[in-house]
Design a protein around this ligand. Structure first.
Ligand code: 3PG
Ligand code: MG
Length: 387
């Protein structure tokens, strides 16, 4: 049994250095932030610590620099953005460990915010190095993990560091875990889950675990291609993953035993390339040159009916190549239907995952869900039943 220390409001942290691990892994384009929901979501925690007059030292990674200093992956623009959102100065330091950082962490005033550079500029972060974790821990008197979306990674700043410093679970981390667990344990039935995305093998464990808990599992996105292929449809040039037949047989068998319906597309939108026009086709009309890039209108109708008949809906993974408007229709319609039912029929709706959040934001449905998790991989691993 893991003992968890909570960051509760009685904690005396005035003048203490709080080393706060957040996930500022936001999409950047030429140094400007294109999607900032992860930054906005963390503001209440930072404000809480400011009110408590703590010294706040924030650590995060961004992107995958693989232990090298990649100038375009500096956290400096995030410091500016954070400062605007907090309406308060945020001091940025272009290092993560060492005497200079420790000194600075002690020097800042109570309620001041210091953001350190990208943790992944150091290869020791991802190798979960003891020494790096120890050095990192010197930047704080206590440590708070407020980065649920990184907590599936055994990296120094989320894992090893807790061996060297008094560590607490942040408000948002607890909220995300509790909400997702509540959905899985106390959800109202019928409960349906929409799973999209492209890598069937990384989501197979989740399917296997969810079959026991769901009434319907709707498979969309490129992941559905494997099921179509298994059913002997031509999927043309579409993405799929090799050697998944046995997994699919297993899933279908399990779904029968557990009375869970597996729903796959009955029509699709295909194109010759990712940026050409799309055409809706029934499954038997797909040819060798086609790329499946979205679900078709009959499939959308099918999914809409299932959402109408559900009391809980869980969604991870877009229905198509939503980055291009032409192929974002399926995801847009799913988001629209879920939010309508959340509003009018008190559907409990939870979405999670980087791409899913991006598509929800693209169509302005962010406030239409019961809950949106910032986490992708961590959300999925929690759904799988991992600790
Ligand atoms: C995420 O965006 O999923 C987290 O920030 C973790 O990033 P990673 O997938 O690069 O480890
Ligand atoms: Mg990721």
């Amino acid at each position: 049994m893991v003992k968890i220390n909570y960051l509760d409001s009685n904690l005396k942290i005035e003048g203490k250095r709080v080393l706060l691990r957040v996930d500022f892994n936001v999409p950047l384009n030429n140094g400007s932030i294109t999607e900032d929901s992860r930054i906005k979501k963390i503001l209440p925690t930072i404000k809480f610590l400011i009110d408590k007059k703590a010294k706040i030292i924030i650590i995060s990674h961004i992107g995958r620099p693989m232990g090298k200093i990649i100038p375009s992956l500096t956290l400096e623009p995030i410091a500016k953005k954070l400062s605007n959102l907090l309406e308060k100065k945020v001091i940025f330091l272009n290092e993560v460990i060492g005497a200079n950082v420790v000194e600075k962490s002690k020097k800042i005033s109570n309620g001041e915010v210091l953001l350190l550079e990208n943790l992944r500029f150091y290869k020791e972060e991802e190798s979960n190095s003891d020494n790096f974790a120890k050095e990192l821990s010197k930047n704080g008197d206590i440590y708070v993990n407020e980065a649920f979306s990184c907590s599936h990674r055994a990296h120094a700043s989320v894992s090893k560091i807790t061996n060297y410093i008094n560590s607490f679970a942040g408000h948002q981390l607890i909220e995300e875990i509790n909400t997702i667990k509540m959905l899985l344990n106390d959800s109202k039935k019928p409960i349906s889950c929409i799973i999209g995305g492209s890598k069937i093998s990384t989501k197979i464990g989740i399917l296997n675990n969810l079959i026991k808990k769901m009434d319907n599992i709707i498979i969309v996105g490129a992941m559905a291609n494997n099921f179509l292929k298994y059913k002997n449809y031509n999927i043309g040039k579409s993405i799929y993953e090799k050697n998944t037949e046995n997994l699919i047989i297993d899933i279908l068998k399990k779904s029968n035993v557990n009375n869970c319906k597996i729903i796959i597309p009955i029509d699709v939108v295909v194109s010759k390339s990712y940026n050409s026009k799309g055409q809706t086709k029934s499954l038997d009309k797909i040819n060798d040159l086609d790329l499946i890039l979205d679900i078709g209108s009959k499939t959308i109708e099918n999914i809409s009916k299932i959402i109408d008949n559900s009391k809980t809906v869980l969604w991870n993974g877009p229905a198509g190549y939503f980055e291009v408007d032409e192929f974002s229709h399926g995801s847009n319609e799913i988001a629209k239907k879920i939010t309508e039912n959340t509003k009018n029929k008190s559907l409990i709706s939870i979405a999670g995952g980087g791409d899913t959040v991006a598509v929800i934001n693209k169509f302005n449905f962010y406030n239409g869900f019961t809950y949106i998790s910032t986490a992708g991989g961590a959300f999925l691993e929690l759904l799988e039943g991992k600790i």
